[in-house]
Write a protein that binds this ligand. Structure first.
Ligand code: ATP
Length: 411
């Protein structure tokens, strides 16, 4: 096995389009890293740069201790699983799995056709090598639960079975690095969850270096030991699933990771009694529980808070949860039931609630927040409510750069 390092890698396509820009990424030896980002952000290009299917316009790609910029794909010891399976339609599952190994061992193609014409000693060598290939194919098929499908053609398989066969073809080679390009996106929701679990177990069993690309942040959080979030050809943050969820480096990561995405509220950073406070109109949230970066400056900022860090209470004129200075009142605009949980969309600064203008300064630009609520509770659209905030869980983003000022390393 081997780690992978991309150093200042850029990939420019004809016409000047930079699919990947000055990208730095380290995949540790035997790690399962998931590369996640929106469509067109450069994920597949990054994977293809590792595989050798694209050449960097700038920078270096290392696999293990070797710089592989000029090494062709077949000599990189990398296996790849594609979204569309890419199985040979005229070969059985067994032959699909064996194909790459036979090429490497020199037992396939002409060697196979002419094996009977070989002198006895060479034929014995051929038979020994082929037996090793067949054994590896059987062991891989057992690992993936497809031993009974080895005699079938790809056209005789379901989507999930094809996906397993494609995985088998990649892992049978025991390559230094295995790459997966959106391998689960053609599967239905139930099968995807099942395959996610299997992929994770497979990584634990094989302890191999794996890089998987997906646009699905749930898949990224559930599969990856670490997650690299990408946007516009650049890595925005690399961290464990918990780190990218709880401590997003910037507003993009905060909005992309998590369902529902983080709530963003525009306001200003100011001080009251010597302590940092976020203020919007008539209400403010103390930030004394959140260390801010040294360069955090007073003025316009964006507050970020997750749905589960907000709480709905009956409307009152005191302080929401005892944490927010001034009631943050609003009207429930909609309730969405998700089965085991539910969310309510609350229009804050709602001037019409209770017939009173809550926050005169902002009544023309009401903001909506999504709040996690009890699925069997009695919150209804049209309810006038107070929203409490857990100030220890809020984030503050620079209104220009989007950088997160909370939990910053230079704080
Ligand atoms: P998706 O999730 O939709 O597959 P992605 O994040 O994998 O997207 P890439 O396929 O890496 O994105 O593409 C990144 C950008 O580079 C896109 O804007 C794409 O149009 C562009 N691109 C990719 N391949 C080429 C090419 N051969 N020539 C020109 N532009 C390309």
């Amino acid at each position: 096995m081997a780690g992978v390092v991309l150093e200042n890698v850029s990939r420019l396509f004809p016409g000047g389009k930079a699919a990947v820009r000055e990208l730095n990424l380290e995949v540790r030896d035997r790690e399962f890293l998931v590369l996640v980002g929106p469509s067109g952000c450069g994920k597949s290009t990054t994977l293809r740069l590792i595989a050798g299917l694209e050449k960097p316009s700038k920078g270096r790609v290392r696999i293990g201790s070797r710089v592989v910029n000029d090494v062709p794909p077949q000599a990189r010891d990398v296996a790849m699983v594609f979204q569309n399976y890419a199985l040979y339609p005229h070969l059985t599952v067994a032959r699909n799995l064996a194909f790459g190994l036979e090429l490497r061992e020199g037992t396939g193609g002409w060697a196979w056709l002419w094996r009977w014409a070989l002198p006895a000693r060479q034929r014995a060598v051929w038979a020994e090598r082929q037996a090793a290939v067949d054994l590896r194919v059987r062991q891989t098929a057992d690992t993936l639960g497809i031993a009974d499908l080895l005699g079938r053609l790809p056209g005789q398989l379901s989507g999930g079975e094809k996906q397993r066969a494609a995985l088998g073809r990649a892992i049978v080679r025991q390559a230094a690095v295995t790459l997966f390009d959106e391998p689960l996106s053609n599967l239905d929701a139930k099968l995807r969850i099942e395959m996610r679990r299997e992929l994770k177990q497979l990584h634990q069993r094989l302890a191999a270096t794996m890089v998987l690309v997906t646009h699905d942040q749930v898949e990224a959080l559930t599969l990856g030991q670490r997650v690299a979030v990408m946007d516009a050809g650049q890595i925005q943050q690399v961290g464990t699933p918990r780190e990218v969820y709880d401590r997003p480096a910037n507003r993009f990561v905060a909005g992309f990771i998590g369902t529902p995405g983080m709530n963003f509220i525009e306001g200003e950073l100011t001080t009251a009694d010597g302590a940092n406070v976020f203020r919007r109109g008539g209400w403010s949230i103390p930030l004394d529980g959140r260390p801010l970066a040294r360069h955090a400056s007073r003025g316009p900022v964006v507050l970020g808070v997750r749905a589960e860090d907000l709480r709905i209470e009956p409307r009152r004129s005191g302080t929401g949860l005892g944490l927010v200075k001034g009631p943050v009142n609003g009207i429930v605009r909609s309730v969405e039931l998700l089965g085991d949980s539910a969310t309510a969309t609350v229009e804050m600064d709602a001037a019409t609630c209770g017939g009173e203008a809550s926050h005169a300064e902002h009544k023309s630009e009401a903001c909506c927040v999504v709040v996690r609520i009890e699925p069997r509770g009695n919150v209804q659209p049209g309810d006038c409510v107070s929203v409490g905030v857990n100030p220890g869980r809020v984030h503050l983003f620079d209104s220009d750069s989007g950088k997160n000022w909370c939990d910053a390393t230079d704080s």
